[in-house]
Design a protein. Structure first.
Length: 211
């Protein structure tokens, strides 16, 4: 049976995505605001989080589509669908805000600079930010099938979510745009719930979140 919380979460995210792009820099109680002097700077935490989390989310979407084609398990395929849809919607919001603020979607600064982690060396295998899978791990996921693919995906996504939570908490603490802080807090809560769900799914398959 599909968890009601995931259905509600995905639906709520879709509704927010439909209207949030035009909301942009409005604060609580204020109306809407377009790209204006209130927009954050290119080197702000708001812009850095939007850029980095868009990249982080894109990999989660890719992983979810990969596992969808590597297993027939209904439970895993439903989770993958929820993750892909939720994070694709959120990614669209983040990139939309950058457009509205008139800011570039890429930066010359290393990833995580906005969190004071710009010296975090990207591994030679391509892991750019906390929790992101390496190129080798992504390749392996695409080569597995059935139960092995399910377990590997659940482990990778658990690590991915933990890294995403770390980044979202950084935005909650550092970002100044109210609607973005609220989105980040929603990410923390939603991904923590999915981590708990995935722990149960792994246990049902005789596995743990650790490799």
């Amino acid at each position: 049976m599909r968890p009601a919380g995931l259905i509600a979460g995905a639906a709520a995210t879709a509704l927010v995505a439909a209207g949030a792009i035009t909301y942009a820099v409005a604060e609580d109680g204020g109306g809407t605001a377009g790209a204006s002097a209130a927009a954050p700077a290119a080197d702000s935490a708001d812009a850095g989080f939007a850029r980095d989390m868009a990249v982080h989310h894109q990999q989660a979407v890719e992983m979810s589509y990969v596992v969808r084609d590597r297993t027939r398990d209904t439970e895993v395929r439903r989770l993958a669908y929820d993750v892909a849809q939720t994070q694709a919607n959120q990614r669209g919001m983040l990139l939309g805000w950058l457009d509205l603020w008139g800011l570039p979607k890429v930066s010359a600064d290393p990833p995580m600079t906005w969190m004071g982690m710009g010296d975090m060396a990207a591994g030679k295998d391509g892991a750019l930010m906390p929790g992101m899978a390496t190129n080798t791990q992504m390749k392996k996921l695409g080569e597995l099938s059935g139960k092995q693919a399910e377990i590997y995906y659940l482990r990778l996504m658990t690590a991915h979510h933990k890294g995403g939570i770390h980044m979202a908490e950084g935005c909650v603490a550092r970002c100044t745009v109210g609607v973005e802080k609220r989105l980040a807090q929603g990410m923390v809560e939603g991904q923590q719930s999915e981590i708990e769900l995935m722990a149960g799914m792994l246990a049902a398959r005789g596995a743990t979140p650790d490799s």
